[in-house]
Design a protein around this ligand. Structure first.
Ligand code: DGI
Ligand code: FE
Ligand code: FE
Ligand code: FE
Length: 185
């Protein structure tokens, strides 16, 4: 049976050292949030440990996976390639680990952008990725403070900061990011 340590061992060779250390911090942060807000701790550990699984997959390979899987939205390819590793990571979970868990897949799939109607597990992984202690985004401290009280408020802050950041840099914003924000406000 897969567990936190096996998932981390599994993902380690796919990641650079810094990214692996981020992954451990996200996993610990996500478990803390899961205990606070009532997500399944086992699913949280697996999803968090594997959330950046596809981060270093070659772009042409990710593109092919997105084109060939009928479930993944093709419009991802019209947006920044940074958005591809979540959806492709969810497919890798199924194909390379053989774990076909809808909720874990969803949390990995939407960890970068969020989406409409996120589950508690989706939000826990999304927020842990944003507030883990190694992050120093402008405004991250506000999201950290809110995460003590409200999962939704903290996620809304993370989304607001990300939208601000992207708009300020004149970068496109994937519609799911707005859907996630609208849903929590
Ligand atoms: O994989 P990580 O670095 O741990 O974190 P992540 O998966 O949340 O990716 C964060 C990056 O994705 C960050 O550079 C901002 C970017 N990003 C997030 N949402 C959007 C986005 N980039 C664009 N262009 N559009 C988005 O909607
Ligand atoms: Fe990521
Ligand atoms: Fe993120
Ligand atoms: Fe991450």
């Amino acid at each position: 049976e897969l567990n936190r340590d096996k998932a981390l061992e599994f993902v380690k060779p796919y990641l650079k050292q810094k990214r692996y250390e981020h992954t451990i911090r996200v996993t610990d942060q996500a478990v803390e949030l899961a205990e606070r807000f009532g997500a399944d701790v086992w699913k949280t550990e697996i999803a968090a440990a594997l959330h950046d699984y596809a981060k270093y997959k070659p772009l042409d390979e990710m593109k092919r996976w997105i084109l060939e899987d009928r479930r993944l939205p093709k419009d991802l390819l019209d947006y920044h390639h940074e958005l591809w590793h979540g959806p492709v990571g969810a497919l890798m979970l199924e194909r390379e680990i053989g774990l076909d868990d809808k909720e874990v897949k969803s949390a990995i799939q939407c960890h970068t952008t969020g989406k409409k109607h996120m589950t508690v597990l989706d939000k826990v992984v999304f927020l842990a990725d944003y507030i883990e202690p190694g992050r120093d985004f402008p405004g991250v401290e506000v999201a950290r403070d809110k995460s003590k009280e409200s999962l939704d408020d903290a996620c809304a802050t993370a989304l607001k900061n990300t939208i601000h950041f992207l708009v300020d840099k004149e970068r496109t914003v994937y519609p799911d990011t707005f859907h996630a924000f609208n849903d929590l406000i």
